[in-house]
Design a protein around this ligand. Structure first.
Ligand code: NAP
Length: 275
């Protein structure tokens, strides 16, 4: 497995997303993914499946220390005491301490310094090994790092062939922070892309694999595709077995001018301008 080193954390570049994988499907898919070879699992308080994810890890038989587990706290819980209660609840739900605890989205109401202080306290209390953020822009990330006495290791952001992150990525690298791409396949939209399909045909793969390869072949970028099927989970692991040429990388990168964003809500921050 390709691993990203980020301020002390070692993050497997290919992870497994669990949004909407609830109930027995969540438990089974996490255990299946781990047994297929995934070593990085992504969940969140908001997904309502931390207990299932924890059970999947426990039943997989894979030693806990081999797994990099991320969870996230929702902004409703960003006031100091609420945050710590929520982080403690995550540990209880998961039945294990997460490796990485993220602020799921920036908050428009709770001051960032208050939440970062709580995040740092959570780490010091042993409620997580590493800390980070998600859906943060350059100005917010700059502020977060200024407020944090310990380094952040990750910003989890939407990133796929239809959305440029050319402004954020160099900033992450400068800070030593890993980028984790959520919605890495644009929720499957890449399957119908003629440019990506042609590259996939040349490699005897499919557009999802090519897209995931394009992501993890970029310096410091991890991807966390989600699937509800064992067949697709197995197929997605094949991205570790081939490489894209510089020209193929450039062809996919050129698609990003579409600037198509899936996770854009009333509570989203003002996004960084496209470079
Ligand atoms: N931080 C945030 O705000 C945030 C936001 C969104 C997502 N996330 C995280 O990122 C993860 C991934 O994002 P996502 O789930 O929204 O989108 P995604 O991974 O881009 O897309 C998921 C879709 O891709 C399909 N798929 C996966 N592999 C496939 C394959 N080999 N062939 C055909 N279809 C395939 C799945 O269908 P099947 O189930 O049929 O395979 C599913 O419908 C989430 O699960 C979550 O952990 C974080």
């Amino acid at each position: 497995m390709i691993t990203i080193e980020a301020n002390g954390a070692k993050i497997p570049a290919l992870g497994f997303g669990t949004y909407q994988l609830t109930g027995s499907l969540g438990t089974d898919m996490v255990a299946t993914a781990l047994n297929l070879g995934y070593r990085h699992i992504d969940t969140a308080r908001m997904y309502g499946n931390e207990a299932e994810v924890g059970r999947g890890i426990a039943t997989s038989g894979i030693p806990r220390e081999e797994i990099f587990l991320t969870t996230k706290i929702w902004p409703d819980d960003f006031a100091h005491d609420d945050f710590l209660r929520s982080a403690e609840q995550s540990v209880k739900n998961l039945g294990t301490t997460p490796d990485l605890l993220l602020l799921h989205w920036p908050s428009k109401t709770v001051p960032l310094d208050e939440t970062i202080a709580a995040l740092v306290e959570a780490q010091r209390k042993g409620l997580t090994r590493f800390i980070g953020v998600s859906n943060f822009t350059i100005p917010l990330l700059r502020l977060a790092t200024e407020h944090s006495p310990i380094p952040l290791v990750n910003n989890q952001i939407e990133y796929h062939p239809y959305l440029s992150q050319d402004a954020l990525l160099p900033f992450h690298r400068k800070l030593g922070i890993a980028t984790t791409a959520h919605c890495p396949t644009a929720r499957g939209k890449v399957m119908d892309d003629p440019v990506i399909k042609k590259i996939a045909d040349a490699h005897g793969t499919n557009p999802i694999q090519v897209t995931l390869r394009w992501l993890i072949q970029q310096e410091g970028v991890a991807a966390i595709p989600r699937t509800s099927s064992e067949k697709n989970a197995k197929s997605n692991l094949k991205v570790l077995e081939f490489e894209l040429t510089p020209d193929e990388m450039a062809q996919i990168s050129a698609l990003r001018s579409t600037n198509y964003r899936i996770c854009d809500f009333a509570f989203s921050p003002v996004w960084d301008a496209v470079a």
